[in-house]
Ligand binder design. Structure first.
Ligand SMILES: [Zn+2]
Length: 586
């Protein structure tokens, strides 16, 4: 469809006459007039001195730094993450010039059109055949599919190729044209046979809603269970998201997307009321597919199979998409427990179970840190030095300068805390041998000690501290006293460890010990980070407990309409738990 060169050129000429490119780009980039052109800081790479040029006479932009350049359409596809046709549409609206396909280009696509027409008719044939095949229907029922799914996804059944060929001939298609589709393929003896024969058929649509190919699930014992159409003039796997066509309305409404591996996953999720899954027909993701997903959701979920292959495919995608990251766009990763795929997972679970997986999803940034960390074989300086190299590799991949600088800060902080933790464990082990009395409830005591030693924590983390319920009764009471005193008079001398000297000398000693073993060696922000870790550790049981109660309430809810508030609360708490479990530092 993008072969419409001459009409695109006409369109561009018209746009260029009407639109000053610097006005258009000036909406997104600060430009300053300089000689014959406008200059600014390039939006496509990280730079301090402007090397991004816009020339109105030529209607072109060019960056001397990263060599990005082109016309208004090139700028729009790149800047907005649009496909080419989406950019045409966007620019056409901006300029108020409609894009007209001329006669010449129609001719170019005739051949393509015939193929599309044959596929469409074949699909009708497959669909009506499904109703006559009890074997195929039984299979679909056994997979839990109902009429709704069969109809929505136009599922069909392909019988012997003879019947298909006869049907298509009857519809007026030439045998030569039928052979050009991949409904028939040649075997070793140069004989044509039906590619999808004896298979359940799943029509596949492109982004323009053309039926461009099929997926086929074998009904008979076959070495290959699933097959897809082959790459062709019309079937371009990198430009397809199975399920997008059928689920579009829901996806638009939800602004949320799950990317799953196969079409059965998409259909199974649909049958459970999760009507926002799409599949790239495998585990690779192209730039076009990614941008398409971002058009509908700022942070889609990648939800590949929970086996090793699925996990390693997710990691590959994580690294691949770094290049295309933009502020406000990312992806998250869901791991399906017990090596299952979404289809299998749902066999004995509910919709809520699946949606809950989102709460355990991992951010792209955290997955990237995991990938960086994998290269560290031992915690020796030589290996720790590799981290910097890995971080640099990651940063270099990200073209957007803002995102890349944030990633640098994030990974650097992860590295620092990682190394700091190693040191803490090592020195901690060493010191533990020297401390004669092992202090019980260390976390809780450290927590109180730190509050008393630095009252700023009480102000800064007041709310979080207030929620905490310590396990040890004496400490719990102590904390309540502290909070009460602090509220009444933040400068009270009762908020001082010295007071324990007389009331509880053992505790006083413990505080001093803890200070020496855990706190004195911390410098700069380390102490505050350490405090937050302890705080989070203490909050975790409270949150988990609360979540369990809500979960119980949801399960026991007789009314089929579960309170929205309850679900919201559940999600919020789960999110908090996830943040605590995933992140040491914010
Ligand atoms: Zn540049």
């Amino acid at each position: 469809m993008i072969d419409q060169k001459s009409s695109i050129n006409n369109f561009l000429n018209e746009v260029n006459m009407k639109v000053r490119l610097s006005d258009f780009i000036g909406q997104y980039v600060d430009l300053v007039e300089k000689g014959n052109s406008f200059v600014g800081r390039c939006p496509f790479h990280n730079e301090k001195t402007p090397s991004f040029n816009v020339n109105n006479e030529k209607s072109l932009f060019y960056c001397f730094g990263c060599k990005a350049g082109g016309n208004i359409l090139n700028f729009t596809t790149k800047y907005k993450n649009f496909t080419f046709l989406e950019a045409v549409d966007y620019v056409s609206k901006y300029a108020g010039i409609s894009f007209i396909v001329d006669k010449k280009t129609r001719k170019v696509t005739t051949h393509e059109k015939i193929i599309l027409e044959i596929l469409k008719k074949a699909n009708n044939f497959f669909q009506s055949n499904l109703q006559d095949s009890s074997e195929a229907l039984n299979y679909l029922r056994s997979r839990g599919l109902k009429n709704d799914e069969i109809k929505t996804f136009n599922i069909g059944f392909c019988p012997e190729e003879r019947l298909l060929i006869n049907y298509l001939k009857e519809k007026g298609f030439e045998p030569e044209d039928i052979k050009k589709t991949d409904l028939l393929i040649k075997n070793k003896n140069n004989e044509f046979f039906g590619r999808f024969r004896k298979r359940i058929t799943f029509p596949i649509f492109d982004f323009s809603n053309n039926l461009v190919g099929f997926g086929g699930r074998s009904l008979i014992e076959s070495k290959i269970k699933y097959i897809n159409s082959q790459e062709s003039l019309v079937f371009k796997k990198s430009q397809i998201l199975f399920g997008l066509q059928q689920n579009l309305e829901f996806i638009r409404k939800e602004k949320q997307l799950f990317l799953v591996e196969g079409y059965m996953d998409v259909i199974k999720l649909y049958s459970y009321g999760i009507k926002n899954a799409v599949s790239p027909l495998g585990t690779t993701l192209s730039e076009i597919q990614l941008r398409k997903m971002w058009n509908y959701s700022e942070v889609p979920f990648i939800c590949f199979d929970g086996d090793d292959a699925g996990i390693s495919a997710s990691k590959k995608i994580a690294v691949k998409i770094l290049k295309f990251l933009k502020p406000g766009k990312s992806i998250k990763f869901i791991t399906i427990p017990e090596n299952a795929d979404p289809d299998l997972f749902l066999e004995n679970k509910t919709k809520i179970d699946f949606l809950n997986l989102r709460n355990q999803s991992i951010d792209l940034s955290n997955l990237i840190w995991e990938i960086v960390k994998e290269s560290i074989k031992t915690d020796t300086p030589e290996f720790l030095a590799i981290i910097d190299e890995k971080i640099k590799n990651i940063i270099d991949k990200i073209e957007d300068r803002n995102v890349s600088s944030e990633y640098f800060k994030f990974l650097k902080a992860k590295k620092d805390s990682y190394i700091w933790n190693i040191n803490k464990i090592q020195s901690g082990n060493y010191k533990l041998k020297k401390v004669v009395n092992v202090i019980e409830n260390t976390n809780e005591k450290l927590f109180i000690s730190m509050i008393l030693l630095d009252k700023n924590y009480l102000t800064e983390f007041h709310e979080e501290i207030f929620d905490i319920r310590l396990v040890e009764v004496n400490l719990r009471e102590e904390l309540q006293k502290i909070l009460k005193t602090f509220n009444e008079n933040p400068n009270s001398t009762l908020l001082n460890i010295e007071k324990f000297k007389e009331t509880n000398f053992k505790f006083y000693q413990e505080i001093l010990d803890l200070k020496r073993t855990h706190l004195d060696s911390l410098v700069g922000d380390e102490k505050k980070i350490f405090f937050k870790q302890i705080l989070n550790n203490l909050r975790l049981p409270v949150l988990i407990n609360e979540r369990e109660l809500i979960q119980k309430e949801i399960v026991e809810e007789k009314n089929s309409l579960i309170s929205e508030n309850l679900l919201k609360k559940y999600t919020r708490i789960s999110e908090e738990i996830r943040v605590i479990q995933n992140k040491d530092i914010e």
